[in-house]
Each structure stands twice: as C-alpha cells, then as structure tokens.
Design a protein around this ligand. Structure first.
Ligand code: ADP
Length: 466
C-alpha cells in the first residue's frame, strides 16, 4: 500500500512540475504578445532617432522627445557632444574613442532605451534616450551559417542542461513525493497496525498519532471504537460469567430440596410399617422442600420475566405518599407480630409518580420481609419519604445486624446471601433484592444500599417524580 501511494504522489508531482514548465513557457509567449500590442504606444517607439534625424544636426527638433521625458544628443566624428537637449546619460562634452565604444556596447545593460543612428552626410550620431519603464530580456537566437562543429558542441551543452534540468525535476519530485506521502502513509500504517491488533483480539490497542489534522479525528474515532469494543467484550464476559454462576447456583439450590423430596418419597413407598407420625413427618418434609423448590422457581421466573425484552409495567399516575402510607399500614401487623419496632415518616402532601402498584409493592414487601427475617425481634424499622429535585427518595432502614461491607457491592446480584451456608433456616433464595432492584429500575429509578450513619441497613429507593 505504501509503495502504491508514494508512486501515485510521484506521478502527480511530475505532472505538476511539467505543467509548471509549460505554464512558464506560455507566460513568456503571452508576455511577448502583450508587449507587441502596446509597443506602438510607447514613447521610445513613437519618437525613434529616424523620425527626428536631419542632414544638419542643427535642424533637429528634440521638443517632442524632451516633452515625453527623453533626451537627444548628437556626437560628431571626433566624439564631441555637439548637441544636447533633455535627458543626458553621457554626461560629458567630449568622449574618447574607447568611451564612445563602451557607451555603445553597454547601452543594452542600462535602465535606458537608446536609439542610435548615424548620419553619413553630416558624419554624426544621433542618440535618442528614453528611461526604460520595464524591460525583460529573453531571446533565443541562432544562425544556420554557424559551423557544424559549433552547432554540435552547443547542442551537447543544451542537451546536457535540459537533461540535468529534467533529472533535477524528477529528483525533486521523487523526494517531495516521499516526504508528502510519508505524512499520509505513517499515520495510515499506525492505524492499520491498531486495526490488526483489534482483529487479533487485543482490545486494549489504541493509536497515538500526535497529529492535529483529520487523521487525529480518525485516531479518536478509532480509539473510541476500540474502547467501546473493549467495554462490550468485558460486559459480555461478565454476563457470560454471571450466567454460568447463575446456572450453578440454581442447580445447587434446587438439588437439595429435590433430593430430599425424592429420598423421603422413596422411603414412604418402600419402608413398611411406618407409624402415622413418621408418615406425617416425612410428608411434611416433602411438602416443605416442594414449597422451597417452588418458591425458588417462582422467583427465578419473575427475575427472567423482568429481564425479558417483552416485559412492561402497567403504570398509573399515583400519589406515592398515599401509596407508601397504605403499604406501611399493611406492614404494621407483620412487624408487631414479629415484635419489631417501627417509625414511618411520610409527608402529608401529594407527590405523583408513575407506578405499577403491584410490582412496586413487591419492593417494599421484600425489604420488610428481609428486615424481619434477618434481624432479631425488637429491631427498629423505619420508612421515610422525601422529594429531592425531581426525584422521590424512599429510605427503608433497620437498626439490625447490617450487611457485611464485603457484600455491599454484590448484594443485588442473584443468589448473593450473607449466610454462606446457603441452607439457613431463614430460607432466603438470594433473589429478592435482585428482583426488587430490577423493578425499581423498570420504573426509571433505582434501589441501592445506602451507607447510612446508624448500625443496620438502609435501602434507598429512587423514583422519578412527574
Ligand atoms: P434472600 O432474602 O431471599 O436471601 P435477598 O436478595 O432478599 O435474598 O437478600 C440477599 C441477602 O442479603 C440475604 O440473604 C441477607 O443475607 C442479606 N440481607 C438482606 N436484607 C437484609 C437486612 N435487612 N439485614 C441484614 N441482612 C440482609
């Protein structure tokens, strides 16, 4: 790729160089054509020496030349300036033969236009001088009468010069094309290498071009894309790991009750001579384990329902203060039965939110069940509600045992329980908080463990107010 791009540049630059030469030649042609157009109107051409020369230099009328900024001098055969009017660039009355020859030969290189004419009868030269406005001397001359040897030698020099000129152009075009192409190929190569790394699975690949042009934009887009892919991949890995762990947890949690049901079922069938009491005890064990397995499956079903893309809430505009007050009212008998203390702090005003009353009630019920299940009787349970900005904040706290700090970050993950035996008499599935959090999130809010000041736990539910 690199070579192709460089070659493309080389060809482009060669074409540009050659076009520049062509344009220069055309410019010279144009200049000479334009000069031809205005030449008749220039003073030096309107008043040449031939127009004013007379046999007797005394009869020469220099007025038109002088009025147009020029001058007329007459030099006789002894090189004396016998007549002078207007602009005088000779500056002497008498010249030597060398000085006059020098004047004649050098006249072309001065910023004056000289028109010199010799009058054979009067034996004098008339010199008409005008200041040059602007002169560009470029002319090509040749004479076919020159010797063949000279032509060959000059031809060699000319050929060599043109060849060297073209070679230099080629060389410059080559160097310039490489330098220019490098400004493109180097960042391109870095981007290509980065893309290759990505393709090979190195999602940490980033490109640093140290440029501020369009490539920098491409670099930012590339790096942005790479970090998104990296993020997506890590999410996918995590969800893959979560899924694997979930299946492991489900099978582990279902295994014990199912094995117990099977074991006691077989015992009932095969063991003869069971007393009524034994039979009832076995049946109760079977019933409890079926309830446990069924409860677990029901919660699993609810959790996957909440994750399903088809899931939607049946929301209605609800006064959340009134709603929470009612729920707290329902909680009172349970809390009193279990010997818990309680305090509710719900404002009297009406604050409206969009709620699915059935689902949302599940959050509070779950938090209350947990508070009662995991804390000793006598524990204080509080529920408070307030509006902060555009959100309704509900804090559900207990002053009980609290949640171990190392679990705080994971407590909302399915199957996470503080009791490591997983078979505690408390009988929790470890799914309740995950379900509650998903319901809160489905309402556009959230459920989090709030690092409160007191001992115990505070769960904070947030719902957007309308
Ligand atoms: P489950 O209660 O079914 O086990 P949850 O997801 O509701 O599942 O709770 C996860 C774990 O969090 C519980 O097993 C318990 O160890 C801990 N937990 C929840 N609420 C409280 C609480 N109020 N006080 C102490 N521990 C709690």
């Amino acid at each position: 790729m690199k070579r192709k791009l460089s070659n493309q540049f080389l060809v482009n630059f060669l074409v540009i160089f050659l076009l520049t030469i062509l344009a220069t030649v055309l410019a010279f042609g144009l200049l000479s054509f334009a000069s031809g157009l205005i030449s008749d109107s220039l003073a030096k051409n309107r008043y040449p020496a031939s127009a004013i020369i007379k046999e007797d230099y005394k009869q020469i009328d220099p007025s038109a030349v002088v009025q147009n900024g020029g001058g007329v001098q007459v030099v006789d055969k002894e090189y004396r300036v016998v007549f002078s009017s207007g602009l005088d660039t000779i500056g002497k009355d008498k010249l030597t033969a060398e000085e006059f020859t020098k004047f004649l030969t050098e006249s072309k290189s001065k910023p004056y236009h000289y028109d010199i004419l010799y009058q054979p009868e009067g034996e004098f030269w008339v010199i008409v001088t005008f200041p040059t406005s602007l002169r560009l001397d470029f002319s090509l001359m040749y004479n076919k009468e020159a010797s063949a040897g000279d032509f060959i030698r000059v031809g060699y020099v000319l050929g060599f010069t043109i060849l060297t000129y073209l070679l230099l152009i080629g060389l410059f075009a080559f160097i310039y094309s490489r330098i220019t192409a490098a400004a493109i190929t180097v960042p391109l190569r870095k981007l290509r290498d980065g893309t290759r790394l990505l393709r090979e699975g190195d999602y940490s690949a980033r490109v640093d071009l140290r440029l501020k042009n369009e490539f920098a934009e491409l670099q930012n887009t590339f790096n942005d894309m790479a970090s998104r892919i990296e993020h997506e991949i890590s999410l996918r890995k995590k969800s893959e790991e979560d899924r694997r762990r979930l299946i492991l947890d489900i099978s582990h949690d279902l295994k014990n009750p199912m094995a117990s049901i099977q074991g006691y079922g077989e015992l009932l069938l095969k063991k003869s001579g069971l007393t009524e009491n034994e039979r009832n005890e076995y049946l109760e064990i079977i019933l409890n384990n079926s309830k446990r397995a069924n409860g677990l499956l029901t919660e699993l079903f609810e959790l996957s329902q909440l994750d399903s893309p088809d899931f939607s809430l049946k929301t209605e505009r609800t006064d959340i203060c009134e709603y929470i007050r009612q729920i707290c009212g329902f909680l009172v008998p349970q809390l009193e039965r279990e010997g818990f203390q309680y305090e509710f702090d719900i404002p009297e005003e009406s604050i409206y939110v969009l709620l699915d009353p059935n689902r949302f009630g599940r959050i509070i019920q779950n938090l209350a069940d947990n508070a009662v299940r995991y804390n000793p009787p006598g524990t204080l349970v509080t529920v408070s509600l307030e509006k902060l900005d555009h959100q309704v904040v509900i804090d559900f706290s207990d002053h009980g045992i609290g949640i171990p700090a190392h679990l705080a970050d994971h407590i909302f993950n399915p199957f996470v329980r503080a009791d490591p035996s997983r078979n505690s008499k408390t009988g929790g599935s470890g799914l309740g908080l995950s379900i509650a959090k998903k319901i809160a999130q489905a309402h556009g809010g959230d459920l989090n463990l709030f690092p409160g000041g007191h001992k115990g736990s505070t769960f904070r539910i947030i719902v957007p107010a309308i």
